[in-house]
Design a protein around this ligand. Structure first.
Ligand code: ADP
Ligand code: MG
Length: 361
């Protein structure tokens, strides 16, 4: 059993008469894990998040952090004790990146020199070059600004990090990078992170647990991503998760049954295949470079995501479908080509996995 860090006990927030923004929310958030609040716009995610650090006060109910009722802590102190990251980075435009990151440590009485040193370290932690420290926020890309926002939230080394749609305003490629970076960071830091998003894919990628909110501020389901995709608690969750949840679920399905077939490899400068078969082009260390195939002459066709033993069925399918030959390239732990998987076979396994799941529901 994981230890609880944050607990909501029958928490309601009513901004004005009529429907509550958050309605009788009771949930327990595990220490050292990522909990995602997900749901359509206006369903009370931000309100719930902000009640944790008292940016918003509940109308009724109790919230505890580390076993302590949040109302027993001065709101300003509570706020400073937690990291907070929002969609717009919220950086101070007239201050350098380093000074922005150093803000909370400075407020906490850390010396200027020490706060700067810590800020420099944090630039590296969030994957930014140290040269960016002297710039102003407007001189950074959207993705870089969000990284600075994360660095600033981490500066005082808070046990709790609250993140409100921090990656929603950047393009999908950068969002994907930021998500992977957050997961990498979390492996080292093991913070208690509460992360708000309206995107179910982001929720299932990041969340150890996912809380699906429904309109009217009601908690519709609170479970692991896998369980939410496999067994939505009701029609609302099912439709929010989407029709293609059968495929999303593959991201959690092991690929144990996928057959790996031998593949013919050739060196980069070998002459073209004349027999109408696809050949995998590899470098001196047997690492895949691309394909040559029927009608491609000597051209190397790049492409195909790679698949490793132990990856999910989703990755097996991705590798086969993204490959120009229809054969997904399997690599070993050293990145050397180890064989191929066939799209038709992966799809067959997916279909039988789906039937098993239907039978279970
Ligand atoms: P979400 O983050 O899920 O989009 P919010 O928590 O921001 O939802 O909002 C929940 C509901 O509360 C919405 O109906 C919104 O209009 C209302 N609301 C949010 N903030 C305020 C406020 N400061 N004053 C009045 N109503 C608010
Ligand atoms: Mg919101």
């Amino acid at each position: 059993m994981a230890e609880a860090m944050i607990e909501f006990q029958s928490v309601t927030k009513q901004y004005q008469s009529g429907q509550a923004a958050v309605d009788q929310l009771s949930m327990s958030i595990d220490k050292g894990s990522i909990t995602v609040f997900v749901g359509p716009s206006g369903c009370g995610k931000t309100t719930s998040l902000r009640m944790i650090n008292r940016m918003v006060e509940p109308t009724s109910g109790t919230i505890t952090v580390g076993g302590k009722d949040v109302t027993s802590v001065v709101a300003a102190d509570l706020r400073r004790s937690m990291g907070y990251v929002m969609q717009s980075s919220g950086l101070m435009p007239h201050r350098s990146v380093l000074d922005n990151i150093a803000t909370v440590p400075r407020l906490n009485g850390v010396s200027k020199a020490e706060a700067r040193k810590r800020a420099e370290e944090l630039l590296d932690v969030v994957g930014l070059a140290s040269a960016l420290g002297k710039r102003y926020p407007s001189q950074l890309s959207g993705g870089q600004q969000q990284r600075v926002g994360v660095a600033r939230a981490l500066a005082a080394d808070p046990p709790v990090l609250l993140m409100d749609e921090p990656f929603s305003a950047v393009d999908p490629v950068v969002r994907d990078e930021l998500q992977q970076e957050l997961l990498r960071l979390q492996r080292d830091l093991a913070k208690t992170i509460v992360f708000v998003t309206h995107d179910i894919d982001e929720a299932t990628v990041l969340g150890d647990k996912v809380a699906v909110f429904a309109v009217g501020g009601k908690l519709a389901q609170y479970a692991t991503p896998e369980e939410i995709l496999r067994a939505p608690a009701n029609d609302f969750v099912a439709s929010f998760v989407g029709r293609d949840r059968g495929f999303r679920h593959l991201a959690f399905t092991a690929s144990d049954g996928v057959a790996v077939h031998p593949v013919t490899t050739v060196a980069r400068d070998a002459s073209a295949a004349a027999d109408g078969h696809w050949r995998l082009v590899v470098d001196e260390d047997s690492r895949p470079l691309g394909w040559t195939g029927p009608g491609t002459g000597r051209d190397l066709i790049p492409g195909g995501s790679l698949f490793r033993a132990g990856d999910t069925l989703r990755r097996a399918l991705d590798s086969a479908l993204s490959s120009p030959s229809g054969l997904g390239v399997v690599v070993d732990n050293d990145g050397k080509a180890a064989g191929v998987v066939k799209a038709a076979e992966v799809l067959g396994l997916i279909e039988s996995a789906r039937q098993v799941r239907r039978g279970n529901l």
